[in-house]
Design a protein around this ligand. Sequence first.
Ligand code: HEC
Length: 201
Amino acid sequence: MEKKRMRIVLLFVGATLSAVAATAVFAQSKSNEGSALNRKRYLPEYTASGDLILPKNFQEWVYVGSPLTPHALNNGKAGFPEFHNVYIEPGSYEIFKKTGKFPEQTIFFKELQLTLPAENPDGSRTEPSGRGYFPGKMNGADVTVKDSKRYPTGWGYYNFNHHEPKAATAKLQPESACGYCHVASAKKDQVWTQFYPLLDK
Ligand code: HEC
């Protein structure tokens, strides 16, 4: 008799707890949904003559990685000896997270960042955390924009200087300067997702 009552009480407690948990999950998924729907995308802006305007507020975008190809590992002649700090426009990232595809008008921003001056022959320095390469001044930027109507190969490639200040606008680069290499070896839709764990799915 006692045992049976106990079981009923436990059943009741269990049901109440799972109802509370279900409400919490529901509340959370609702608020997530709200934030995704309310997020405004920053879309590419062009001049009247069709050049790309330097994207605004890219420092606040979603950071995906920093490939590094220093001179010391490239016979002293690295094309891009800086950190390549890569960002994706956050509204596009929200859509990518849901669909696994980069939506039309996705923008990637690759800001080049010099390493601090060398102390050792291999270009490295020694800091309290160890010997290595440490981020210094910014040094220009490369940008890609997905737009299958505007660009015959699906993406447009732009260079905003390989020094500071960054150019205010940039002309579309020919396929032979940029796109061919991305098309040949980047893992997903001309983007090197193999180097960005956040996007590698
Ligand atoms: C010889 C191959 C090659 C050429 C040519 C090339 N890229 Fe890339 N690009 C890469 C590789 C590899 C990465 C990722 C690793 C890195 O940054 O070192 C990359 C990354 C990028 C990224 C970051 C987003 C992404 O797709 O991963 C942008 C933006 C970019 N390149 C723009 C350009 C522009 C603009 C040009 C021409 C001015 C250009 N690239 C020419 C190989 C190339």
